[in-house]
Ligand binder design. Structure first.
Ligand code: SF4
Ligand code: ZN
Length: 443
């Protein structure tokens, strides 16, 4: 049987079925289509201005490696006039980040753009290994996500950047939209699909891959033989892949355009200004002066807990309560700001706090002392008092992406793996993929 031809060039053999559009194309046409779509996104959304200095948040994983490759390619091809550099965060995780940083160092040479590395140890005085030794493996990703978000800002400021470009892809954005719908978080729903965040700040963040499918990023990296890192963080087993992500993958398997449709739906929602007003307005942290939605930023609250030997301070979950916002909960602020003398006790499953033991500083830092509680005179403790910081919602979260990349490629290849059966129903993505080892060095 004659080989199926690429529907674009009609001359080369079709090598893959694009996960996004289901078009059967050859490699070269796939590269061209993928690159042109990112370019269109950049142009249509006016993502950059000529002459800007742009930090590419680089973890060494698939998304950020492809982003670095695409941004340097498009910058040269279309004369964006951007001053690009790689910005990496060293969390201090032996056996993971030290190896992935080696990948980013090679990327520095491969793409000919400088690399700046900032470390948690330098910024906060703690490595993630030291934090895990203190707090265990339950909330480690909360600390890591909050610190990483701020570390990126700090590194970018130190390097004189005007913007930060992150590797968030369409799957990430759709997942965030879904989570905000499920949480009933209307104010955040209005913003989460924005391609630029912090537009009014001095350091906006942009997502050039907002419409790029994760599977296509993986295929691009694979066929281009890009040098990326695909080992999971040693603490990743404790960072469960969310149900929303699983759901998005199932939707995609049933109907590939579902990811884009979820994003477009969020873009088309019309919100009242009243819901916008409910979002905390950006301000600067009273302690560290970096961007924060509260008087004291999450990073400073978490750091305070670590330094005081109260690591649970500032760790919370936001799921479950409608409209609940990340950051210091109003009830927490009420405790802090109301210096009522009455010794009301607050309780919650597994946590008990004597209000007398809840201290406060002029900066609004709450100290939760584990005081024994008697059964009398107790008032239910708002669930978030035990912890006041939200789990990071993927924003600059590490998302152990390398491992997921390998799984996705295997899924594309064999129809097995995460969401594999559904992927098999949707048909093979890769038509002519030679068997071969896919690894972090681009295989
Ligand atoms: Fe940090 Fe990611 Fe590792 Fe969690 S899984 S500790 S967020 S690098
Ligand atoms: Zn701060």
């Amino acid at each position: 049987m004659a080989p199926r031809l690429c529907i674009k060039c009609q001359s080369s053999k079709a090598m893959l079925k694009r996960p996004k559009t289901q078009e059967q194309v050859c490699r070269e046409c796939f590269f061209a289509l993928f690159e042109e779509e990112v370019h269109e996104t950049v142009v249509q959304t006016k993502l950059f201005k000529h002459g800007e200095r742009v930090a590419i948040a680089a973890s060494g994983g698939k998304d950020s490696t492809v982003l670095a490759h695409i941004m340097t390619t498009l910058n040269a091809r279309y004369g964006y006039g951007l001053d690009l550099f790689l910005l990496s965060i060293d969390e201090g995780i032996a056996g993971y980040r030290d190896d992935s940083l080696e990948t980013v160092k090679r990327n520095e040479l491969q793409y000919g753009i400088p690399l700046k590395v900032v470390s948690y140890k330098d910024l906060y005085g703690w490595t993630m290994d030291e934090i895990v030794a203190q707090i265990g493996t339950k909330n480690n990703c909360t600390f890591c996500g909050v610190f990483r978000r701020q570390a990126l800002d700090r590194g970018a400021v130190l390097a004189g950047a005007n913007k930060i470009a992150t590797g968030h892809n369409a799957d990430d954005v759709a997942e965030t939209v879904l989570l905000n719908i499920l949480r009933g978080d209307v104010p955040r729903l209005g913003r989460c699909a924005n391609i630029i965040t912090g537009e009014d700040s001095s350091l906006p963040r942009v997502k050039p891959f907002k419409y790029a499918y994760e599977k296509e990023i993986v295929l691009y990296a694979y066929y281009k033989k890009l040098d990326y890192f695909s080992t999971e963080c040693v603490y990743a087993p404790f960072a469960a892949r969310g149900f929303a992500r699983e759901f998005i993958k199932d939707l995609e398997a049933a109907r590939p355009m579902a990811i884009i449709d979820v994003i477009r739906s969020a873009e088309d929602f019309i919100f009242t200004t009243a819901s916008e007003d409910k979002l905390p307005q950006p301000r600067t942290c009273e302690r560290c002066s970096y961007i924060s939605s509260q008087p004291v930023c999450k990073a400073c609250v978490l750091l305070e807990g670590l330094n005081r030997g109260l690591p649970r301070l500032g760790v919370s979950r936001t799921r479950g309560r409608r409209g609940e916002k990340a950051g210091l909960h109003p009830d927490v602020e009420r405790i802090v700001t109301t210096q009522a003398a009455s010794a009301v006790r607050w309780t919650a499953p597994g946590v008990s706090v004597d209000k007398e033991a809840v201290g406060s500083s002029s900066h609004g830092i709450v100290e939760l002392a584990a005081a024994p509680v008697s059964s009398s005179s107790v008032e239910p403790l708002p669930a978030v008092v035990a912890s006041c910081i939200a789990q990071p919602k993927g924003e600059e979260g590490c998302a152990p992406e390398g491992a997921s990349a390998t799984a996705l490629l295997q899924e594309a290849h064999t129809g097995q793996g995460q969401g594999g059966s559904a992927a098999a129903r949707a048909g093979d993505t890769v038509l002519g993929l030679e068997g071969g080892h896919v690894n972090g060095s681009g295989g």
